[in-house]
Design a protein around this ligand. Structure first.
Ligand SMILES: Cc1ncc(COP(=O)(O)O)c(C=O)c1O
Length: 459
């Protein structure tokens, strides 16, 4: 181990950098970042001494260059969109550094406006079902466009759990094809839905995680056979952001005549998803993580050809061919994915979801993916330089954009302390997840790591 020490010109702050020969080239690539880091560190050194909350307003005021120039200052690429303009549309950035986007993203002015429109309609008309249904349909269209599906292949639900439960209730179990093979990287709720169906004849088998990593493709290969009805694979593991190659998993599932369900909650908004190119049968996601919406809404994609053969037993009046037939004795089926819907849709959340997804699409998922990857690289380099261990794949390109910093003490407490300091991070298990998004700046990451490192006992 070679130790590079870097002293701030004023002599008030010393950064201990421990660089192994392995990461030295990476650190060298980010040498301008080191200079940038030194000057940013000066802004928060008093906070570091007493662990006082970050005064972001003061920090912003001191930055005459403007946030859109930060990337240039550290020598990394700049995003393919106007970062400063994006940031102006997120008022909370004046007070907080939101890096818990894998859990919940901040409110934008577009989303707030959409929610205001809903509240105005309540005030004005009490109920305006036509306008509300137009928003519901608009949200489905946005979701469809995001994943390259058609709107009539999309059902709206109140949560991913409800969407998966509805789908699971429709899967035709056949003699000799009752196995549901699940990746160990599933969010727990997906496992719970399938496990609860075991008394009804479903047999759940797991392809387990290995040392905190999602299973290798060969493990799926071994697990999936001609008795498999469905394979469930999260696009990224919620714990540390490790991506799964869902297109490859789909291929091997289909070779055995099985279907594939992808949970894309941890990737939609920051990673491109194309259900046609990836040959995905079913996909679920909600909106309050990287899609800039609010809780209470989720979407289910069902491949068009499968819809007419599926009859969810979890159903209700919104799943009918004619919602307004009002005949309790008639169980007809909507010809499209609406047959997977149950009841009155989550209207308020649909307003917000539509606005959030439109914003993401306008900004451009490919551009967001590039920027998030650049920020993940910086996080990796800086964590290594500070002696902070990262859980999950070391290669930022193998992660969805989330960096999970290993936390020797109680991660929940560290999350709380960070929140007191003005940094929103998301504890999960024994890690603190830092999840940058399109509006995150390199300086946000610097400040967050300056706050986090002492809490983890790093030098
Ligand atoms: C990957 C993933 N799937 C599903 C969920 C749960 O979604 P819901 O609460 O909408 O069922 C989460 C987290 O909230 C998640 O990260």
């Amino acid at each position: 181990m070679k130790s590079c020490r870097s002293t701030q010109e004023s002599g008030t702050w010393t950064l201990p950098w421990s660089c192994s020969p392995l990461i030295a080239p990476v650190v060298a690539r980010h040498a301008p970042f080191a200079r940038f880091l030194r000057c940013e560190t000066a802004l928060v050194r008093h906070d570091m001494a007493g662990l006082r909350a970050l005064n972001l307003a003061e920090i912003h005021a001191s930055d005459s260059a403007g946030v859109d120039l930060q990337a240039a200052r550290i020598g990394c690429m700049t995003p393919g969109y106007d970062l400063a303009a994006c940031r102006r549309e997120i008022p909370v950035l004046q007070r907080l550094i939101p890096l818990a986007n894998c859990s919940h993203s901040p409110l934008t002015t577009a989303t707030r406006r959409a929610l205001d429109n809903y509240r105005d309609s309540l005030d004005r008309d009490v109920m305006d079902w036509d306008a509300w249904m137009e928003q519901v349909d608009g949200a489905k269209c946005e979701f469809a466009a995001l994943i390259n599906a058609d709107p009539d292949e999309i059902a709206m639900a109140s949560s991913v759990t409800a969407a998966v439960a509805s789908l699971a209730s429709a899967l035709p179990l056949r003699a000799g094809r009752r196995r549901v093979v699940l990746s160990g990287a599933e969010f727990p709720t997906v496992g719970h839905v399938w496990l609860a169906l075991e008394p009804g004849g479903v047999a759940v088998d797991w392809v387990p995680m290995v040392e905190g990593m999602p299973p290798a493709l060969e493990e799926f290969q071994k697990a999936v056979d001609e008795r498999t009805l469905l394979v469930g694979a999260a696009h990224a593991y919620y714990g540390n952001g490790a991506m799964q190659d869902v297109a490859a998993i789909a291929r091997l599932a289909h070779r055995q005549g099985a279907l594939i369900l992808v949970d894309a909650y941890q990737t939609l908004g920051i990673q491109p998803v194309d259900v046609r190119a990836m040959d995905i049968d079913f996909l679920v996601s909600g909106c309050h993580k990287f899609l800039m919406g609010i809780p209470g809404i989720a979407f289910l994609y069902v491949r068009r050809q499968l819809i007419p053969r599926m009859y969810p037993t979890l159903t209700g009046w919104f799943g009918r061919a004619d919602i307004f037939a009002f005949d309790p004795a008639l169980l007809d089926w909507a010809p499209d994915a609406r047959r997977f819907e149950m009841a009155t849709p989550p209207v308020a959340a649909a307003y917000a979801a539509r606005a959030g997804m439109a914003l993401i699409r306008q900004t451009g998922v490919a551009a967001i993916q590039e920027w998030v990857l650049e920020l993940s690289r910086l996080l990796s380099t800086e964590c290594q330089a500070r002696g902070l261990a990262i859980a999950g794949p070391p290669d930022p390109g193998a992660r969805n954009g989330v960096t999970a910093v290993t936390c020797p003490s109680d991660a929940g407490k560290v999350e709380e302390r960070l929140r007191d300091l003005g940094v929103l991070a998301a504890a999960r298990g024994e890690a603190i997840r830092l999840a940058p998004h399109y509006f995150t700046t390199p300086r946000d990451l610097t400040l967050a790591l300056d706050a986090l490192a002492p809490l983890l006992g790093a030098p």
